[in-house]
Design a protein around this ligand. Structure first.
Ligand SMILES: [Zn+2]
Length: 162
C-alpha cells in the first residue's frame, strides 16, 4: 500500500480558501493529498464538499463522525458511528455527482481507511474496522507525513513534496 500525505481534521468548519492554499501545492507537485474527515454536517460546507469531491488529487478518508475518543467506545456504538459517517459521505457524494451508488464514485472518493483521532486505537476499533472492511491506519510509518493544513504553510508543504 502506498504511503499517505495525511492531513487531519477536515470538517464542516474548514475554510475552503485556506485549504486551497495548501492543496494547490499538491497540484503543483502532482501528489495525492489524503484527508482525514470528520463527517458530521460536512455537506453543509458545500464549497468545501465540492472541492474535495471533484479534485482528483484528493483522497477522502475517515477520521470519524466527530473528533471523539473512539477508543473508549463499545463495539456496537462504535460501528454505528463509523458506518453512519461513511454512509453520510457516500450518500452526499453520490448525489452531488449524480450517481446512484457508491460503486460509481471515483476510487479516491471511496472511503477505505479509518484514521482514528489522536491515533488512539483499541481492540474494539480494530474489530469495527475489520467488520466494516476499513483499513485502520494510525502509525507514522503508514505516512510520508502527518500534518494539519491549518498548521502548516505552502512553503513547508513544498519542501515535503519536493
Ligand atoms: Zn484529528
Amino acid at each position: 500500500m502506498e504511503k499517505f500525505y495525511r492531513d487531519d481534521d477536515i470538517n464542516v468548519y474548514t475554510s475552503v480558501g485556506e485549504f486551497h492554499e495548501i492543496h494547490k501545492v499538491f497540484r503543483k507537485y502532482k501528489r495525492m493529498h489524503t484527508i482525514a474527515c470528520e463527517m458530521r454536517n460536512l455537506w453543509y460546507n458545500k464549497g468545501l464538499f465540492w472541492y474535495i469531491l471533484q479534485d482528483p488529487l484528493i483522497n477522502v478518508e475517515l477520521h470519524g463522525w466527530t473528533h471523539e475518543r473512539y477508543k473508549n467506545h463499545d463495539l456496537g456504538p462504535l460501528m454505528n458511528e463509523l458506518r453512519m459517517a461513511r454512509d453520510y459521505w457516500n450518500q452526499h457524494a453520490a448525489r452531488m455527482l449524480g450517481k446512484t451508488s457508491v460503486d460509481e464514485l471515483p476510487e479516491t472518493k471511496k472511503i477505505t481507511t479509518f484514521f482514528p483521532p489522536w491515533n488512539q486505537v483499541s481492540s474494539n476499533i480494530e474489530e469495527a474496522c475489520k467488520l466494516l472492511k476499513l483499513r485502520l491506519s494510525y502509525k507514522d510509518e503508514d505516512c510520508h507525513w502527518m500534518f494539519h493544513f491549518w498548521a502548516t504553510t505552502p512553503k513547508e508543504v513544498a519542501e515535503k513534496l519536493q
